[in-house]
Design a protein around this ligand. Sequence first.
Ligand code: ZN
Length: 302
Amino acid sequence: MLLKPRVESDELKILRFLNNRMILPVKDKKRYIYLEKGYRGEMFFDQLTADLQPKFYIINDLCLEFNNSVFQIDTTIIAQDKIFPIEVKNYEGDFYYDNDSKGFFTLAKDEIKNALDQLKRSKSLLNPLLKKHGFYLPLEGYVTFVNPEFTLYQAPLNEPIVYPTQLNKFMEKLNKIPSKLNERHKKLAELLISMHQTDSPYKRLPPYEYHQVEKGLTCAKCQSFVPSVSGKYFTCICGYKEDVETAIIRSVREIQLLFPNLKITTNLVYEWCMVIHSKKVIREVLKKNFVVVGDRHLRYYI
Ligand SMILES: [Zn+2]
């Protein structure tokens, strides 16, 4: 039973918008691609856990803190006698495991994040955190590699890793675990969800300003800039059709996320979208869907 669905992080959303509207510095572009890929892998894994029998509680994407250390768990499955913290990795391509250094490397010998270490760290923090709140269920963690194009050479045999070809078996194995949840498990799940932290993404972003980013209305599906809009609907070159009202609301949300300090006014949205030629239409949409603050000439929307 899913108790906490996964949502896209603000950081991913902002980087996606920025990537579309400016040239990101190399390091931020890399991070954007990493986050986008990671999210897709997690969504894929969510589809698998969605089919598990309802005898488990499933909590997606937890960010917790214990003893001033922050840790993240991609998927947490609570069963009657055990908790399964699961790390989901969407690595694609050929990698190898080096037994001496216990590290993961690309074939070009670049070391990548060690998912086993990440899992170990999460477990070592989750365990005392739960004990502190009076929960003593043992933890059984796994690292799952979900991309079908992932290969690991010299894979270690005795590590809790689930490879792409083993995912279905893994789900079957989970389904076979006898489990009956009670109020105590519910309390545990609610505790974890209540401790989930969402931190501000703004400190990790590259510097950007309003005048630096390209303006224009973008397609909700393929992100390309919409060349022109006439009437109540428009169709992107990708074939996606959207009504103008939804597109304006979406654009306002984008401005709000990118520039939380800017006041949303008719003129600002007009300038941002570029292809909606009626300020009256924009004003009506803002009035209908947002809260008006201030008097006539200083009016803005939240
Ligand atoms: Zn499109």
